[in-house]
Write a protein that binds this ligand. Structure first.
Ligand code: Z5A
Length: 215
């Protein structure tokens, strides 16, 4: 049986990953593709529990940097084995909000952990599974901040630990994502998101159609 396709969405906070995953899923379903939407950290009950640990301090104690890396990878290992591989083997397409590139961008370029060590640890967590296509939604930190501020004012929410990082962290993060994309042009498509949602969605549909649907 044909295996499904694995598409990941990456980018800074507020770049529109959730929005565009939903829009792409609708397009693919319209073409008869069986689609699964999922996210990291999370995607399984264990992964969602880890997400809770990662997002907030517990009794005033945040996970230290190395613990943070291992928690993201623990969520990923569970996710790959319990949800992503079985879905792909059943011929379904998996659209995932963040995956390995987020670890390299946030914990590597952002927090300064060694990229080669992170790649090795990530390969252990994924068992070598890599996306067929990664959509990098590029957004400057100022725009990302504005979108998050607007969302928080609507939801009365509070920024999480990573959202509270300083401007230099967010600049390194964006540059890191772009460097990862430049290193693997066959896997990545980079989309400028400082445009109307529909223009962004059209570029994503075109890339998917050309690279994965042979259209
Ligand atoms: N993390 C990590 O450090 N290491 C790892 O290995 C992994 C993750 C896997 C997960 O956060 C956090 O974990 C994340 C990285 C870290 N850090 N933080 N903070 P999350 O899953 O809670 O959130 P997120 O991934 O950062 O996504 P988000 O904030 O929910 O944003 P988004 O999904 O990219 O965007 P959105 O919700 O679709 O859009 C944001 C707003 O902008 C919304 O109001 C939209 O209507 C609006 N929007 C979207 N597109 C447009 C355009 N084109 N124009 C105008 N407005 C727009």
């Amino acid at each position: 049986m044909a295996t499904g396709k694995f598409i990941t969405f990456e980018g800074p906070e507020g770049s529109g990953k959730s929005t565009h995953i939903r829009m792409l899923a609708e397009y693919l379903r319209g073409r008869g593709v069986d689609v699964v939407l999922t996210r990291e950290p999370g995607g399984t009950p264990t992964g969602e529990a880890i997400r809770g640990i990662l997002q907030h301090d517990h009794a005033g104690e945040a996970p230290v940097g190395r613990a943070e890396v291992l928690l993201f990878l623990a969520s990923r290992a569970q996710h790959v084995e319990r949800l992503i591989r079985p879905a792909l083997e059943a011929g379904r397409w998996v659209l995932c909000d963040r995956f390995s590139d987020s670890t390299l961008a946030y914990q590597g370029f952002g927090r300064g952990f060694d990229l080669a060590a992170l790649r090795d640890a990530d390969a252990f967590a994924t068992g070598g599974l890599a996306p067929d296509l990664t959509v990098l939604l590029d957004v400057p930190p100022e725009t990302s901040r504005e979108r998050l501020r607007a969302r928080l004012s609507q939801t009365l929410g509070a920024p999480d630990r990573i959202e509270r990082e300083d401007d230099a962290f967010h600049e390194r993060l964006r540059a890191g994502f772009l460097e990862l994309a430049a290193g693997e042009p066959a896997r990545f498509v980079v989309v400028d998101t400082e445009r109307a949602r529909e223009a962004v969605a059209r570029d994503i549909r075109r890339a998917v159609a050309k690279r994965l649907l042979g259209a």
